[in-house]
Design a protein. Structure first.
Length: 279
């Protein structure tokens, strides 16, 4: 892969034009940031976040469990020898970003971040710096446009799809409607991966607490936002051609937890987490 011109290997390209941002419209990444205790959110985001948390108080802990799952998943993948990560729907930078976790294990790890919120990309380019041995890039694009992402020159300058890649889509597929065919979209990404690659997913479900998750979905819904909880069987469709690693598809807080499960506080489980290896 060639190096971008006029860039150090640990730097990231910047957009020539400032992003167009309408902070009066709530965005899922900024609502999530609020639940995680971040400060990169606006009144419209906070209104949705607070209303959803009032309807389903467990959602704040659920957001934090989801973020913790990301860290454990990336660490696991890096420990398996994966050196390339495609993180789609990365969200606003906070502690334990994908490249930070991966490069703690292997400083030469390379990460391509993708999100459709220009605020996310602005913060990512300003704050997320790779090690000198590794590489990162930040691309504003939408998960619903696989070809745009897979063919993007900046991504292909960092990720070599001829070698194993970890595809990371954590807490994002729930925002894809059934009409948009999430299994079909996922398949376009997974078909681009060589055997030995991995796929990490977390996804909201109503399998455990249907009333609470239903209340959250109702409160979260606006003209611009909404999410679709899915069953274990539906989420399993994303893993065709993959073999799930232990412990399989489980609540995110229970996927290889750092804490002793017997000592963990009681959770209102609202999301599954899983990692599969392409066979």
């Amino acid at each position: 892969m060639s190096e971008p011109k006029n860039l150090l290997p640990w730097s990231s390209p910047r957009e020539e034009n400032a992003p167009r941002i309408d902070t009066s419209i709530p965005h899922s990444a900024r609502v999530y940031d609020y639940w995680l205790g971040g400060k990169d959110n606006f009144e419209a985001d906070r209104k949705v976040a607070e209303g959803t948390a009032a309807a389903a108080p467990g959602i704040v802990q659920g957001a934090r469990d989801n973020r913790a799952f990301l860290g454990r998943a990336v660490r696991f993948l890096a420990e398996q020898g994966i050196t390339q990560f495609l993180d789609i729907g990365t969200g606003i930078p906070t502690q334990g970003n994908t490249h930070e976790v991966a490069q703690q294990v292997n400083p030469a790890a390379r990460i391509a971040y993708v999100d459709n919120d220009p605020i996310v990309m602005t913060h990512a380019r300003a704050l997320l710096r790779s090690t000198r041995e590794g590489r990162t890039c930040y691309v504003e694009a939408d998960l619903r446009a696989p070809k745009t992402i897979l063919d993007h020159p900046e991504i292909n300058d960092v990720i070599d799809f001829r070698e194993p890649v970890a595809l990371v889509i954590v807490g994002t597929l729930m925002f894809i409607t059934d009409e948009e065919d999430p299994p079909g979209l996922v398949r376009q990404y997974t078909e681009a991966l060589v055997p030995g690659s991995y796929f990490a997913v977390s996804h909201v479900t109503a399998d455990f607490f249907p009333k609470a998750v239903g209340n959250a979905a109702d409160a979260y819904r606006t003209p611009d936002l909404g999410f679709t909880p899915r069953t274990k069987a539906q989420i399993s469709e994303y893993f065709k051609g993959f073999e799930l690693v232990e412990p399989g598809m489980v609540p995110v807080a229970m996927w290889r937890p750092d804490e002793d499960p017997e000592l963990a506080p009681k959770r209102e489980h609202g999301a599954y987490g899983a990692i599969g290896r392409k066979i």
